[in-house]
Design a binder for this molecule. Structure first.
Ligand code: ADP
Length: 200
């Protein structure tokens, strides 16, 4: 920590006040999976559905964050760790504001996901494993990145030249060979409803 003489300021309006105003329990819905697995597609569809239900949400998307707050970061192990750390801290601020945050990042390393989880209360972190086989992602190749990685034009590409550590105990496991986008969204909505996130 570089800064000293910094004292945490307690605010009059609390996280509880923010979230009760919105009749929801704030959380991070943390999508993880290979590039092309369907994280952004499912997160987008889920946000539309939640928005339609009158919920206050915010979607943090990998590429968008890298255009702004994380534009100084690359794809080395060190930068990937810092990327996820900042996203975790951002999500924590949104949770304080009473918002349901959806984050769609490959987040390939178990230790980084654990670090993000540990920033918030245990019931505020919902890990969603978008489980799509590498060969299926590579065949979809929605952004043409796998082809570039195979041609050696992208270094440290997850699944090809950089590891992906699959979650061992995600709160929600989506096997996309079994569920289409709508069914995946419904599975997450069912979880949120059962656990009381949507009617607090
Ligand atoms: P990511 O955000 O994980 O990199 P994207 O959501 O950008 O992945 O791309 C996934 C692609 O796979 C999209 O073109 C999407 O329409 C397609 N797709 C096909 N089947 C599914 C499914 N069952 N779930 C999610 N996406 C799917």
């Amino acid at each position: 920590m570089k800064s000293i003489n910094i004292v945490w300021h307690h605010h009059n309006v609390t996280k509880f006040d923010h979230s009760s105003q919105k009749y929801q329990k704030p959380c991070i819905i943390w999508f993880t999976g290979l590039s092309g697995s369907g994280k952004s597609t499912i997160a987008n569809a889920l946000e539309s559905k939640l928005f339609g239900m009158g919920k206050h949400t915010y979607l943090l998307d990998g590429d968008n964050v890298r255009h702004g707050i994380n534009k100084d970061l690359g794809f080395s192990d060190e930068d990937r760790i810092e990327n996820i750390r900042r996203i975790g801290e951002l999500s924590k601020l949104f949770i304080d504001a009473g918002i349901i945050v959806l984050s769609a990042f490959i987040s390939p390393f178990h230790s980084d996901r654990l670090a993000a989880r540990q920033l918030v209360e245990s019931d505020e972190f919902i890990e969603v494993f978008v489980d799509t086989r590498l060969d299926v992602c590579e065949q979809r190749d929605p952004k043409g990145l796998y082809q570039k990685a195979r041609e050696g034009k992208i270094a440290e590409f997850t699944g090809i030249s950089s590891p992906y550590e699959a979650p061992t105990k995600p709160e929600i496991h989506l096997d996309t060979s079994k569920y289409d986008v709508e069914q995946s969204v419904q599975k997450i909505i069912d979880y949120l409803e059962q656990k009381g996130y949507l009617n607090a």
